[in-house]
Every structure is written in C-alpha cells, then in structure tokens.
Design a protein around this ligand. Sequence first.
Ligand code: FES
Ligand code: FES
Length: 161
Amino acid sequence: MEKKAIVLNVNNQDYELYINPKTLLVEAIRDYIGLTGTKRGCETVSCGACTVMVNDMAVKSCSILAIQCQGMKIITSEGLEKNGQLAAIQNAFLHEGSYQCGFCTSGMLMATSALLKETKKPSKNEIKESIEGNICRCTGYNSIVRAVEGVANGKYKEGSL
Ligand code: FES
Ligand code: FES
C-alpha cells in the first residue's frame, strides 16, 4: 500500500510521519516516534498495555489506525511528567507499589489518568471499571485502586520524589 505523510500530535509535539495507512497507533508511537513507554502486548484489544489518551479518553492504541488520530491530542505515559515533576498518579503508583514488572503500568497510568480527567473524585467502583480492560499479571489490582484513591483524596500530588 502506498505510504502517506501524516502529522500526529503526541505529548503536545507534532511529529511528521511517512507511514503505511494501515499502521496502528501503537506502532506509530513506538516504532516511528520512539516512545516505548506504551507497550505492545496482545495487539487484539484485550490486555490494555497499549492504552494512551486520545483527546483525554483512554484508548487502546492497537485498536485504532495512526492515520485516524490526525488532529487529535495524544498523550502517552511519557507525557504525564511536566518540567521534571511527576504527575500525582505517577507518585501514587510509586508510593503504593502499584507495579512489579511494569509491563502493564503505562496502560494502567493512562487508563486511570483518563478517569481522573473525567472525574476528580471517582468511587472505588468507577476506579475498578476504568481498569477493567487492563490486565496485570503481577501486582494485582488493589494497590492500583489504592493509588487512584490516594490522588482523589489529595494524599498524592504532582512533584518530584
Ligand atoms: S496491545 Fe493493545 S490491548 Fe493488548
Ligand atoms: S506489574 Fe507486571 S503485569 Fe502489571
């Protein structure tokens, strides 16, 4: 298939890419832009490891073509940090031990960040629902839920460690 020139806005920066129109967003982010925080897991929209935010909504980046995301605001886990200051949710994950191998962590951070954009004080059920499409094979989910609750109740703020 003939390649096309597209522009993707990722973490508030425009990237001009020359890609096959069938390129998935996850491939564009990792293989063309080089942001490898977003993980490629199942590639069948099942594991959530590839979750990013597109226009503030959690989106599995293996479920959408890069070309469809032109003109949209894509945020990856690398984009959560601002001027060397970790986002509150990143601090919360670190302090609550919400990761082990880390493979799911980027997707979990983005799914829960999208929830916190939508509602500042989510209920436990809303937190659980926000990560129901994200699989963690190591840590379990309680520490992840605790981290989101910690942000919601002001225990964790943005800042350095
Ligand atoms: S890699 Fe996208 S959901 Fe698993
Ligand atoms: S920390 Fe290993 S899969 Fe979640």
